[in-house]
Design a protein around this ligand. Sequence first.
Ligand SMILES: Cc1cc2nc3c(=O)[nH]c(=O)nc-3n(C[C@H](O)[C@H](O)[C@H](O)COP(=O)(O)O)c2cc1C
Length: 363
Amino acid sequence: MIVVTAEKLSPIQEILELAKWAPSGDNTQPWRFSVISERRADIHGFDTRDHCVYDLGGRASHMALGALLENVILAAGRFGQRVVWQHRPDSPDHAPILELTFTPDETVREDPLVDAIRLRAVNRRPYRNCPLPLPAQARLEAVVQDLGYRVRWYPTLSARWEMVRLTSLAGKLRLSIPETYPVHRDIIEWGVRFSEDRVPDQAIGLDPLTLRLTRWIMQRWERVRFFNTYLAGTLIPRLELDIVPGLACSAHFVLIAEDGSSTLVNDLMAGRALQRFWLQATTLGLQLQPEMTPLIFYRYGVSGVRLSQAPGAQTLVDRITHKFVQIVGEDAGHAVFMGRIGYADPVSARSIRLPWSRLQMKA
Ligand SMILES: Cc1cc2nc3c(=O)[nH]c(=O)nc-3n(C[C@H](O)[C@H](O)[C@H](O)COP(=O)(O)O)c2cc1C
């Protein structure tokens, strides 16, 4: 008889195994780990700015890395460890290394947010239309305050409409330019409920019929262009992905940083804040979906970096930039994360994560 025994993980491996359930744009998991000793490990970050238009300046990847870091800090508490982290200064921004030092410490208290790490998942479906109770709002504000962030809320029907106008404009741009086509084609895993390294089609938020059509259309850019040009191809996906869910929620929100300057460490901190916010939401029984494309396209708009060569794309970028400033006001330049939140049944399809064997680098 052959007995297969699972390899026992060290405490640091256990901490990183739990921490890996952090969110990342399109489930890219822009991190690998090397465990150096019983006390030391490094996180090797990378970004996708060279092939993903949503990763402008690597900022989305840096935020994902920050979310992972927050998970490491929380998970270390569960294992009675205190962790000190630092960004290795000689590591480049596109491949940052975060050095972690763990010390056993009996006085470390487990943060209740740690229980939400495995439960948290993006929910792109419509939520119930009930208001967010004020105590829940206050808890969500409190978990990001210490890190230097505050929350702008958009709960009323008119405020949600304004947000829907913005996200739907961003949806139109996103679904019609050739620069996003390879990204969308490559990040969806078709015909599955769970995906280790991509987004399962059943977690996207489209109904089964539209999903089948979308799968067929997305096989070739010419089909996408034909549907967009002659058959209003972006209309149904925008209805299902932006308009209906954008109205069916308790509120939209924007996280605002005290320090709005764009540095690697600030983006890591923004990632820590978004993760605390999301874990707190999960703890309160709330569902959440990030809505980052309007913010990313606004950043293209203000930085002057050209998003697309397609005719009409720049006009849409300018309209999104204008609308974004109209909605977020004087805080626009300090916005780091946005999304929608509300009550709904948990998702049954979700991204899962790469196994430890694929995340581990030899030290
Ligand atoms: C920085 C960042 C940006 C994201 N942007 C979006 C977004 O615009 N729309 C969306 O539906 N999900 C967005 N996500 C969620 C990811 O797609 C999701 O975390 C990933 O697919 C893994 O799935 P999970 O969070 O359910 O584990 C974002 C996540 C991060 C960390």
